[in-house]
Design a binder for this molecule. Structure first.
Ligand code: NAD
Length: 493
């Protein structure tokens, strides 16, 4: 322990439904963060030296441990976020799926692969392998405190890196649970460590000389992190906010689309980066869709189907967005101006809201959705693409689902079901624009935490040696002839 840590400052983690203190954690300063990263360096070499098989066995043991003790983990999640136990279980199940996928697929995706050397260097073999970066700093949010950070952590560990994790100040207990259970399975070295505290602790991690920062949180914080990381040329993955749209075509299964919109918008009290916030519906099915959404929303009870707003400051944002639409000609079909209580928010469906209102343009992160009627699906695509964000999206259409999905400016699209891309291990996850860049999950997620290492090996010497001062004029002429044969015979253009 350092002198700084002797008089350690602490902070409380509260249950947002009751304000009860559920844990007290240290506020780690820059010195402590630097020590943790230094320890991680040694652990990273050891972890890398285990190879894919050694890591895979340990990561699968951790997944089994998490599965067996899922109930315990869900209780911690529930205490710190207020979400229903079933929702905590759902995010944990998906996280376990990703951890297992990453552990099992890392060898094939990151291991050495042969590449074609091409005709000019056909006396060589060419290969590439993906090596670990070293130490990854992971900074997480509170809304899915298991699934979201593990989306980076599992892939970083499977790729052979050590991880220093700074969980959200709202969910430090979940972070500690994850780090402690990992240490039970991998007691030899501090491969996965925890630092706790507020934004300053996260900032210290960004400046601590890690090999990459994987950040998930708001766009504003993402910008600050990128600016700070530029000082040390530390690469970053930014998984930021969203304003996801759901599109309903005239041939869609309306009952299924309404159900997806209601669940996508209101589950977890709307505190989902890939939550449905805007809905664009073909004019032919608009009335039927809206009726169904209002009917289903009537059955959604805050406190039962979803929990409180975890972060109190978000209540003001939600209140402002709900007020802005109706103030400018929109209507609330459910919820509305009195929807925001002290902790819980009633599910709110807004219609006829102008496209340039805050409720349509800004991330609300509450149980609200705007529904707009569109002339056709071209207008739906144009409006869906009309924000600075581009994270997830959903399309309901029997005939045109894939074609519409391809036109949406978003990292992921789910067709005829809500948010399913998030639970598929093989699919990359990440955004465009203000939603960030870089990818977690899938092969892309494994490569995000690795560096490609290219190797060319000469198998035998050839008479025409290009890379020597002994190269002759005759060789140059031969090469010119060869390249003309290979590339020069196509007609202009
Ligand atoms: P936030 O930006 O307030 O905080 C995220 C983390 O960053 C916390 O751990 C915080 O302590 C830390 N932090 C704050 N300031 C920092 C700084 N200057 N330097 C380093 N770290 C700092 O976000 P939040 O409220 O915890 O999370 C909600 C946001 O996260 C929403 O915008 C949501 O859309 C987004 N989110 C995105 C994804 C995704 O995958 N794209 C997933 C979940 C949540």
């Amino acid at each position: 322990m350092t002198a700084v840590d002797v008089a350690q400052e602490t902070f409380d983690s509260l249950n947002p439904a009751t304000d009860e203190v559920v844990g007290t954690y240290p506020v780690h300063g820059a010195e402590r963060v630097a020590e943790t990263v230094a320890r991680a360096r040694g652990a990273a070499s050891w972890w890398a030296s285990l190879g894919f098989d050694g890591r895979r066995a340990r990561l699968l043991r951790w997944a089994a441990q998490m599965t067996r003790r899922m109930d315990e983990l869900c209780t911690v999640v529930q205490q710190e976020t207020g979400k229903p136990h079933g929702d905590a279980q759902l995010e944990t199940v998906l996280a376990i799926e990703h951890l297992t996928w990453a552990a099992k697929h890392a060898p094939k995706i990151l291991g050495r692969h042969r590449r074609s050397p091409g005709l000019l260097l056909s006396n060589h073999t060419a290969s590439v392998e993906y090596q670990p970066l070293g130490v990854i700093g992971v900074i997480g949010p509170w809304n899915y405190p298991v699934h979201t950070p593990l989306g980076s952590i599992s892939y970083a560990l499977a790729a052979g890196n050590a991880v220093v994790f700074k969980p959200s100040e709202y969910t430090p207990g979940v972070g500690k649970w994850l780090v402690d259970t990992f240490a039970e399975v991998v007691p030899e070295q501090p491969v996965f460590q925890l630092v706790t505290g507020f934004g300053k602790t996260g900032a210290a991690l960004v400046s601590a000389g890690v090999d990459k920062i994987a950040f998930t949180g708001s766009t504003g914080t993402g910008k600050k992190i990128m600016a700070a990381a530029a000082e040390t040329l530390t690469p970053v993955v930014i998984e930021a906010g969203g304003k996801d749209a759901l599109l309903v075509d005239s041939d869609a299964d309306i009952a299924a689309a309404a159900d997806a919109a209601v669940w996508g918008a209101f589950s977890n009290a709307g505190q989902t980066c890939i939550g449905v916030e805007r809905v664009y519906v073909h004019q032919d099915v608009y009335d039927t869709f809206v009726d169904k959404v209002v009917e289903l929303t009537g059955k959604v009870r805050p406190g039962t189907e979803y929990g409180p707003i975890t972060m109190p400051s978000q209540l003001d944002v939600i209140r402002r967005h709900i007020a802005d639409g109706p103030a400018r000609g929109g209507r609330a079909l459910t919820g509305g101006k009195d929807a925001v209580g002290e902790r819980f928010v009633q599910p709110t469906v807004l219609v006829d809201v102008p496209e340039d209102s805050e409720a349509v343009e800004e991330e609300t992160f509450g149980p609200t959705m705007t529904v707009a009627k569109v002339r056709d699906m071209d207008e739906a695509v144009e409006k869906a693409n009309g924000t600075r964000y581009g994270l997830g999206s959903t399309v309901f259409s029997k005939r045109n689902g894939l074609a519409l999905a391809a036109r949406l400016k978003a990292g992921m699209t789910s067709v005829n079901a809500p948010l399913s891309f998030a639970g598929i291990g093989s699919l990359p996850f990440g955004g465009v624009g203000d939603s960030g860049f870089g990818r977690i999950h899938g092969p892309e997620g494994l490569r995000e935490f690795s560096r490609p290492k290219a190797v060319a090996r000469q198998r035998f010497a050839v008479p025409i040696n290009l890379t020597t001062f002994n190269r002759t004029e005759k060789t140059d002429k031969l090469v010119a002839k060869l390249v003309t044969l290979m590339h020069g015979r196509r007609a202009n253009g």
